[in-house]
Design a protein around this ligand. Structure first.
Ligand SMILES: Cc1cc2nc3c(=O)[nH]c(=O)nc-3n(C[C@H](O)[C@H](O)[C@H](O)COP(=O)(O)OP(=O)(O)OC[C@H]3O[C@@H](n4cnc5c(N)ncnc54)[C@H](O)[C@@H]3O)c2cc1C
Length: 370
C-alpha cells in the first residue's frame, strides 16, 4: 500500500480524473490516482473538443500547437443530403492518445501519486478515512474519494447504480486513418441507427469514429459486414472508406454506452466526468464536460475545505446542475431527432434550409469558455 493517508484519492485517470488531480496537487493536496490501464492508450472517442475547453487545457499546461482547428461542420443524412454550417465557437482535434499522455505527464510533474494497472473494486469506510482496494489488497487511504471512472465500470455494479442493470443500446467503433479531407471541417454522417464523426487530429491523422445501435451489429454479425451493409449506404461514408488509408489493423470497439441520468454522489464518493452523466457523442462535448466537471470539483473543495465533505458535495452538485443539466437534456433531444433513417433524412433536409436554427441547435450543446 502507498504511504497513506492521502488527502484525496481519485479513481480513474481519463480527462476528468487526470485534470482534477493536477489542479488538486497544484493547490497543495496529497493526491493518489488509480487507473486500471497504462499510458499512453487509445480510446473510443471522436477526438473533437469544443473550443470552450481551450483556456482550461492551456492553463493545465497542455501543448495545443499541433492540433487541428475545426471551424466548419458537415452533416449528411443516410440518403446523401448534405448540410454545411459554420461552427461559431468551433473546436480542436487532438487524439486521446496524445491528450491523455500529456495530462498524465503533467500530473506526475505536479506530484500526483499515480498507480496504473490498478482496478479499484472496493471503497471501504474506515472512520474518517476511506480505503481503496483492488483484488483484495488495500492500495491507499484518503480523507476524500472522488470517482472519475468513465461511462461504465465495475464500480457502477459495486455501488448498484440504477442504470447499470439496464442494458445499454449503443456500441462505439473507432479508427485512425489518413485522408485529404479538409482539416478545418468535422463531418457527421448518419446511417441506419447510427452516426459517424470524421475530423482531423494531430500528425496528419484523422479520427473516424461511429456510434451504432447494438442490435445492428448483432444483426450484421461483424464490424466489417455492418460497415458494408449500413454505413456504406451513405455515399459520403462509402467514399471515406474507399479513399482513406487505415492506420490500424483492427478498430477499437466498446459496448454498453448509456446516456441514462446518473447521480453525482455514490456512497460518499463524488462522481465526475462521464461517471456523473454522459452527453450524446454527436454533440461533441463530453470531453469538455469531463474537464469542466473537474474544475467544478476543485472549486467546491477550495470553497468548502476538505474537512467538510457534505458541503463540498452540495457546492459541486449545485454547480454541476447549473452548468450541465440543460445541455444533457438538449443532447438527449438532439440524439432523438436523429432517431430513425426517415426522421434523420427529414431533419437534415429541413435544417439545410434554416441555417440560423442549425446554429442555434449547435449553440445549445456548447458551453462558454472556462
Ligand atoms: C463513440 C464516442 C464518441 C465520442 N466522441 C466525442 C467527441 O468527439 N468529443 C467529445 O467531447 N466527447 C466525445 N465522446 C465522449 C468522451 O469520450 C467522454 O465524455 C470523455 O472521455 C469522458 O472522460 P472521463 O474522464 O469522464 O472518462 P474516461 O475518459 O472514460 O476515463 C475513465 C477512466 O477510468 C478508468 N477506470 C474505470 N474504472 C476504473 C476502476 N475501477 N479503477 C481504476 N480505473 C478505472 C478507465 O480505464 C479510464 O481510463 C465520445 C464518446 C463515445 C462513446
Amino acid at each position: 500500500m502507498k504511504e497513506s493517508p492521502f488527502d484525496i484519492a481519485i479513481i480513474g485517470g481519463g480527462l476528468a480524473g487526470l485534470s482534477l488531480s493536477i489542479l488538486l496537487a497544484r493547490s497543495g493536496y496529497r493526491v493518489f490516482l488509480a487507473e486500471k490501464k497504462h499510458y499512453p492508450m487509445h480510446r473510443v472517442c471522436g477526438e473533437y473538443i469544443s473550443t470552450e475547453s481551450k483556456p482550461f487545457l492551456t492553463s493545465l499546461g497542455v501543448d495545443l500547437k499541433s492540433v487541428s482547428r475545426i471551424t466548419q461542420l458537415q452533416i449528411s443524412a443516410p440518403n446523401g443530403t448534405l448540410l454545411r454550417s459554420k461552427l461559431d465557437s468551433g473546436g480542436i482535434g487532438i487524439s486521446r492518445f496524445e491528450l491523455d499522455r500529456q495530462l498524465f505527464q503533467l500530473a506526475l510533474n505536479a506530484g500526483v501519486c499515480i498507480q496504473t494497472e490498478t482496478q479499484i473494486d472496493e471503497v471501504l469506510d474506515r472512520t474518517s478515512k476511506y480505503e481503496l482496494r483492488a483484488a483484495g489488497q488495500a492500495q491507499a487511504t484518503a480523507r476524500l474519494v472522488i470517482s472519475a471512472h468513465g461511462k461504465r465500470s465495475n464500480l457502477d455494479r459495486y455501488w448498484n447504480r440504477t442504470f447499470f442493470s439496464q442494458r445499454s443500446p449503443y456500441v462505439g467503433v473507432k479508427y485512425h486513418v489518413r485522408s485529404d479531407f479538409p482539416k478545418d471541417t468535422i463531418a457527421l454522417h448518419n446511417f441506419k441507427n447510427g452516426y459517424c464523426g470524421f475530423s482531423a487530429v494531430e500528425n496528419d491523422l484523422y479520427c473516424l469514429c461511429y456510434l451504432v445501435a447494438r442490435s445492428e451489429l448483432k444483426a450484421a454479425g461483424s464490424v466489417e459486414t455492418l460497415e458494408r451493409k449500413n454505413l456504406h449506404q451513405n455515399p459520403f461514408l462509402k467514399s471515406i472508406w474507399e479513399t482513406s488509408t487505415f492506420v490500424w489493423d483492427q478498430p477499437l470497439v466498446i459496448n454498453e454506452i448509456s446516456f441514462a441520468p446518473k447521480s453525482r454522489i455514490e456512497n460518499a464518493c463524488l462522481q465526475l466526468g462521464d461517471a456523473a452523466g454522459m452527453i450524446a457523442p454527436l454533440c461533441g462535448n463530453g470531453m469538455s464536460m469531463a474537464l469542466h466537471s473537474a474544475m467544478l470539483v476543485h472549486q467546491a473543495i477550495q470553497e468548502a475545505g476538505i474537512e467538510h465533505p457534505s458541503l463540498i458535495f452540495k457546492h459541486y452538485d449545485r454547480a454541476w446542475k447549473k452548468q450541465f443539466k440543460w445541455r444533457l437534456l438538449a443532447g438527449r433531444t438532439i440524439q432523438g431527432m436523429f432517431g430513425s433513417t426517415w426522421t434523420t433524412n427529414m431533419v437534415v433536409s429541413a435544417l439545410k434550409h434554416t441555417p440560423q436554427i442549425t446554429r442555434g441547435i449547435i449553440r445549445l450543446t456548447h458551453g462558454s469558455p472556462f
